[in-house]
Design a protein around this ligand. Sequence first.
Ligand code: C2O
Ligand code: CU
Ligand code: CU
Length: 462
Amino acid sequence: MEVGAAAGAALVLPRGGSSAEAAGGVPLFAVPLAIPPVLEPVRSEGGRDYYEITMRAARASILPGKSTPIWGYNGRFPGPTIKARAGREVVVRQINRLRIPTTIHLHGAHVRPRSDGYPLDTIAPGDHKDYFYPNDQLGATLWYHDHTHHHTSRNVYKGLAGFYLIYDDAEDELDLPKGRYDIPLALQDRSFKRDGSFDFKDNVDGVRGDTFLVNGRPTPYLKVANRKYRFRILNGSNTRDYTLALDSGMPLTQIASDGGLLSAPYTTQSIPLWPAERVEIVVDFSAYPVGSSVVLIDKGGDLPTQGRPIMRFDIDREEADPSSLPPILRPVERMAAGPSTREFRLTFDPHSGLWLINGRPFNRNRFIAKPRRGETEIWEFNNASRLTHPIHIHLVQFQILDRNDRPPLPGEAGWKDTVPVHTGDRVRVAMRFRQYTGAYVFHCHNLAHECHSMMAQMKVLP
Ligand code: C2O
Ligand code: CU
Ligand code: CU
């Protein structure tokens, strides 16, 4: 693509509207992107890093001139970022200063049941709990969030979510953009009442907001140098999916999915991102002249032809770029398909108004899968309902074998913990139960569906 043509298109801003306002009435690109602070350990000993987080009510400034009551980890929305290293254990003490019971799940992590944030294993108000995260897994972009039974949707909407990044040595050697050129972006949509408070509505189909937030800021801008950046993008929205693209028409280069690096960079015009999924991209802003801008847009959903702005990058300076984008990232060993296949049917029951897995709502005493430790299983999800279900399985990183008998696109061919299963789809995934035994949930990550019962449990047997 011609650089001049791309930059020309990028300078026509905003797109898809006559006024510079997002749908929620908030001005576009009026505030800088915020990057959640990195949490420091309270101490390190015995090869472990200990952290403390207090969940509390606070106020956030999200909309101009207004303040929004939130529930936040350390009173922040989103919460502080924890940076961990593969193979080094992290202990997080979660102190509950909210007036509700809470439980915290580290999404994408391989942990024991007691540290998994089981929906009924809650911390009472005023109490605390230590969560143990061994980080015995590849470098990846994980996130922690509330998982309280029946209330996850509301609690996450109120602000209870944050990044947890695992780094590993092999990845460090690749010279991908690092440090301040490696930026997490949490995409969350919210609606607001006139007084600035969140307008959360419990709806069995889903909860969508009219304002796009990135790291808690409405459609922000970020000043960047004309070099490569790595962005770790989380869909932290309750229901909304995004189709990520650049308004310049330049392709996106995806380097990682939920569970870490792809085997090789994958260049594509747009990237679908369903709730709880993560993608990492490298954007090379040297393709744009200093002084120009490029907008990350959502091409899906409400405005299919135009795209709706998520955030803007303003290329405002020249800088040398010692980073590189290697043609090979990390071999992803293809999982050998094991013998046992389990099937899960995803449906809606109009009588109860509930979303179901194999015809049943969540029941804490029922285990609908009992895999054995050390075994590889194939799970097949069939969606016989009218909406997409981003299905998330705790404990494992899996591989997508096929969707309707077709192999996954390269962007979905790496490690995953969440897979969108569209209406009519038959999706097969393979996973290995490596180490821990006990009860874990799996569920739809449209949090409205999860709260309206599209959740089930497995028990991993020794
Ligand atoms: Cu991100 Cu069980 O959830
Ligand atoms: Cu999870
Ligand atoms: Cu669903």
